[in-house]
Design a protein around this ligand. Structure first.
Ligand SMILES: [Zn+2]
Length: 401
């Protein structure tokens, strides 16, 4: 079994480009689903497509009245994106179940492999429709949202053979579920820096974003002495430096300032107004809120010292999600069975598992990304790492109950 062949084959279900462009409810999505259906049936799974466009492969345990473990990730990609993001988390669990079937290993619970239609949110101005429908958090009004060709989600679903009017009935009963498990490429450099193929995720970062406007006034760069300037951009630069230092001082906390607008943005005028954004991420919401306060205080001090006005407004806040401790310990045991280092890391990116956490306990397994690259045609995971991941999934399924 060469896993790279599966990845390459499904990567061809794409608009022509160096990387993969596979948007939800397109002919590329349909051809990817056809391959997945074939692979799911090779693994002995029973296939269905739900009203939100999620392709499902079910393993039925011979034991009756048992709960279900959900496993999956997304089939879609961004524009000219990578071959592994999302889809690898559908393929590897299918291959693990196929191996168990071959070895005649029977699980005392049901399994459903889910290939969600839309996680990236590239085609429509929303995302995570599949997991949100299962969790009962999908807003039916969103069915009216349109893509750039004026096609609504509702129309797209219908033309894909789904019945959007049934989307509310997809909500699952928590009591029937054991949890949700997602396998994903790391999309970062941590596993590579530790020389590890796979890692156990402890949580998905919370995120907050702030808009910062600093106001000074424009004056002549040649006639205004340094001490009489009200330079909004120099103040922003000081803020960027302070934010970076605060982030470095706090473990498990990331802060980024990556976007600036400056006025008048002229080579010989003192900047009068600078707009920038501060983004904070942490798996620890308490810590994130604490450092946010420190950042806000520091900005106040910098602007006061320079005699500048400022406005700091929160524009976005998403809470962190913790992975389930019990499922994490089953994963840890599976790593130890295979003599792998049960290394734990956080996820800085949002995943299908984030939306599934509204339904049931979640857990994630990360697989090393070469150079930490993702959302890039050069995204790559070596064969051996994927083989190790399949072995971990097999052990995890056996240990899980
Ligand atoms: Zn992804």
């Amino acid at each position: 079994m060469i896993i790279q062949n599966y990845i390459e084959k499904i990567a061809k279900c794409s608009k022509p480009a160096e990387g993969v462009t596979r948007l939800p409810f397109t002919k590329e999505h349909k051809s990817a689903n056809n391959l997945l259906k074939q692979w799911m049936s090779d693994a002995g799974l029973k296939i269905s497509l739900d009203a939100a466009g999620t392709l499902i492969g079910k393993y039925f345990s011979p034991k009756k009245n048992v709960k279900t473990l959900l496993i999956g990730s997304h089939q879609d990609s961004g524009y000219n994106s990578g071959r592994y993001d999302g889809i690898m988390g559908v393929i590897l669990p299918i291959l693990a179940l196929k191996e168990l079937k071959k070895k005649k290993i029977i699980l005392p619970y049901n399994v459903e492999i889910l290939a969600f239609a839309d996680e990236e949110g590239v085609r429509f101005p929303t995302a995570l429709m599949g997991p949100r429908s299962l969790a009962g958090t999908f807003n039916k009004k969103d069915l009216k949202l349109k893509d750039k060709n004026n096609i609504s989600i509702e129309q797209a679903l219908k033309s894909f053979g789904c019945n959007p009017s049934k989307i509310n009935s997809l909500k699952r009963n928590k009591k029937d579920l054991l949890g949700f498990f997602e396998v994903h490429i790391e999309q970062g450099p941590v596993l590579e820096s530790k020389n590890l193929a796979v890692g156990i995720v402890n949580g998905i970062s919370g995120i907050s974003r702030f808009k910062l406007e600093i106001e000074g006034y424009a004056s002549h760069a040649g006639t205004t002495p340094m001490h009489l300037r009200k330079d909004s951009l120099a103040a922003t630069a000081e803020v960027i430096n302070a934010v970076e230092n605060l982030a470095k001082k706090n473990k498990n906390f990331l802060a980024t300032m990556a976007s600036i607008e400056n006025r008048p943005n002229s080579v010989n005028a003192i900047p009068a107004k600078s707009l920038s954004f501060v983004e904070c991420r942490s798996v620890d919401d308490k810590k994130r809120k604490k450092v946010e306060k420190e950042i806000s205080k520091k900005i106040g001090l910098i602007c006061k010292k320079r005699g500048l006005k400022f406005n700091l407004n929160k524009t976005y806040d998403q809470s962190a999600v913790s992975c389930d401790k019990k499922i994490m310990s089953t994963l840890k045991k599976s790593f130890q069975n295979l003599k792998l280092n049960p290394f734990v890391l956080m996820s800085g990116a949002t995943h299908d598992a984030s939306a599934m956490s509204d339904l049931c306990p979640i857990s994630m397994l990360f697989v090393r990304s070469q150079k930490g690259l993702s959302h890039n045609p050069k995204e790559f995971t070596i064969e051996k790492d994927m083989q190790i991941a399949v072995k971990v999934i097999e052990k995890f399924l056996i240990n899980f109950n």
